[in-house]
Write a protein that binds this ligand. Structure first.
Ligand SMILES: Nc1ncnc2c1ncn2[C@@H]1O[C@H](COP(=O)(O)OP(=O)(O)O)[C@@H](O)[C@H]1O
Ligand SMILES: [Mg+2]
Length: 265
């Protein structure tokens, strides 16, 4: 396969779920999230100029790119943490551009922010309960808690511990577990491996796979390109606020030119 076929062309227009992808992979799964020509930044500085990608139901989509390329800003804009300057975000066909985070949680989108952002002085369990704050059904919350503890036994062991006394890896698990407390269909993770030892990175990635296997669609932002490409179904690379390349994870991983040019390989 030539390199050109991997390089981004225009994003697919709306409603083309089912159309064969250029690489003949993924394809006929329903489109869950669609980001078209997203622009965002801070004050009058545009950081994200032109980001486009499509997330299909049940897949793990990776957003890769070096430090400062605009990955976090992209996530902030698509989850309504900052107001997009342009472009469209569609979720299950509905225009959700600029909706605030709590409305997205109601719609089934949960975000695990960069740096975990736990309530450091609160217990692990109270942090988890914060992830279910929109739910008034105590029994449903209890069930959810049990499910999440089942997935993360180590989090359960530490449920009474104050969050900021946990190790970095444990804190990341709590942050992901908290994201799952709202029973999301789409879980968005911003650099879950940041600052973790390689062995813990592998553990976190195993959890991400398990979560996807439960049927949760995942968007994962990472600088750790090689491990992430092995994990994801599809990946895009952001450079200077633009999505410059995309493709099936395994194919990008196998492409030496792509690795050299974009992924520090
Ligand atoms: N809160 C902010 N205010 C002003 N500039 C910011 C802010 N956050 C990020 N930036 C700038 O936006 C650019 C992209 O940052 P970011 O989206 O965090 O990149 P990444 O997540 O890919 O490392 C950087 O130049 C960064 O300095
Ligand atoms: Mg970032």
């Amino acid at each position: 396969m030539g390199n050109e076929s991997l390089v981004k062309t225009q994003a697919d227009p709306v409603g083309e779920a089912g159309k064969a992808a250029p690489d003949g992979a993924i394809t006929d799964k329903e489109i869950l999230l669609e980001v078209v020509d997203l622009q965002a930044g801070y004050n009058d500085m545009t950081v994200v100029r032109d980001v486009c990608f499509t997330v299909r139901k049940g897949e793990i989509l990776a957003i890769l790119g070096s430090n400062g390329s605009g990955k976090t800003t992209t996530l902030r804009a698509l989850t309504g943490t900052i107001k997009p300057m342009g472009g469209t975000v569609r979720y299950r066909g509905e225009d959700i551009t600029g909706l605030p985070p709590y409305e997205l949680v109601e719609k089934g989108i949960a975000m695990v922010p960069e740096g975990r952002m736990l309530f450091g002085g609160m217990s692990v369990e109270d942090n988890l309960l914060m992830g279910a704050y929109l739910n008034r059904d105590k029994q449903a919350i209890k069930k959810r808690l049990d499910l999440v503890y089942g997935l993360f036994p180590r989090v359960q062991e530490r449920k009474r511990q104050i969050a900021n006394t946990l190790s970095g890896g444990e804190q990341q698990m709590v942050a992901i577990a908290r994201g799952l407390m709202s029973d999301p269909q789409l879980l968005i993770l911003d650099e879950p491996s940041l600052g973790l030892m390689p062995i813990l990175v592998q553990e976190i990635f195993r959890f991400v796979k398990e979560i996807a296997d439960l049927g949760v669609t995942v968007v994962i932002v990472e600088q750790n390109a090689m491990d992430t490409l092995a994990l994801c179904d599809y990946a895009i690379v952001i450079q200077n606020g633009e999505s410059v390349i995309e493709g099936v994870g395994q194919e990008l991983l196998a492409n030496e030119d792509v690795k050299r040019a974009y992924l520090g390989g």
